[in-house]
Ligand binder design. Sequence first.
Ligand SMILES: C[S@@+](CC[C@H](N)C(=O)[O-])C[C@H]1O[C@@H](n2cnc3c(N)ncnc32)[C@H](O)[C@@H]1O
Length: 279
Amino acid sequence: MQNSSSVDYGYLRQLVFGLSQNVLDPSRDYLFETRLTRLLRNQGMSRLDELVEHLKARKNPSLERSIAEAMTINETSFFRDGRPFDLLREELLPALIESRRPLRGLRFWSAACSTGQEAYSLAMLLHEHFPALTGWHIRIEGTDICAEVIERAQAGCFHRIEINRGLPARHIVRYFDHAGEDWTVKPEIRKVCNFRQANLCSSPLSFNRSDDRFDVIFLRNVMLYFSQETRKTLLAGIHRVLAPDGMLFLGSTEQPADSSIWTPVIAGGTCYFRPRQPS
Ligand SMILES: C[S@@+](CC[C@H](N)C(=O)[O-])C[C@H]1O[C@@H](n2cnc3c(N)ncnc32)[C@H](O)[C@@H]1O
């Protein structure tokens, strides 16, 4: 049995922070034990202190990345905190579609998308409620730092238990094919979603050109893992890639770090943010 006091948790916390900017509280050091079990086994090791000593002796960027990724919290679900989706459907999308009619295109970004449920929820919402978008160029980008969740998002295959969290029955029937316990998103929904691995804290952001601007960005339930400084830098980057009349959704307990560049709008029992333009 490992003596946890012999493990240099400070080294591991610093490693994770350096790669993903996730700030891990020392009171949760026990999470290293549980989350790194598989990684240790794959390395032929049985103890965390062995892993730390190994890393101290020899740099191993791919192993370090795997550690940072294993420590991410990937909790998500379809139509999570449903109000932003209701507000988009009832109010925001009809107005946005009207204003984008000349361009016939819409771009969404599910930043820190985990296994893809948020992006697929948006795709289902658009398909079900806005048939007039047929023939438009619709893109829903999903990015996450963790390679494993991106692979799952790309596969678009969910277990029965994941499907039963938040998805109305009519969506299950209409938008999924199933085999046993596995439910796979239908091609008509998958084709508008594109997933790739990207770190929100690398500079510049992976989308940085002005023609890459997004109409709607979801950046939910990830900033809580970042320091105040990281949040501020990230939101300045998000501001640059959001269309001037676009909107940003944060998690229900999250706020922009620098409120001077965002206007909060309270509507439909939720809050979203419009980018303030320099006067
Ligand atoms: C709790 S999940 C939130 C998923 C989804 N946005 C939602 O609200 O349901 C947080 C996600 O943030 C990702 N994440 C953490 N740090 C990140 C970073 N620096 N860059 C990109 N993604 C990151 C994690 O891998 C994880 O999948």
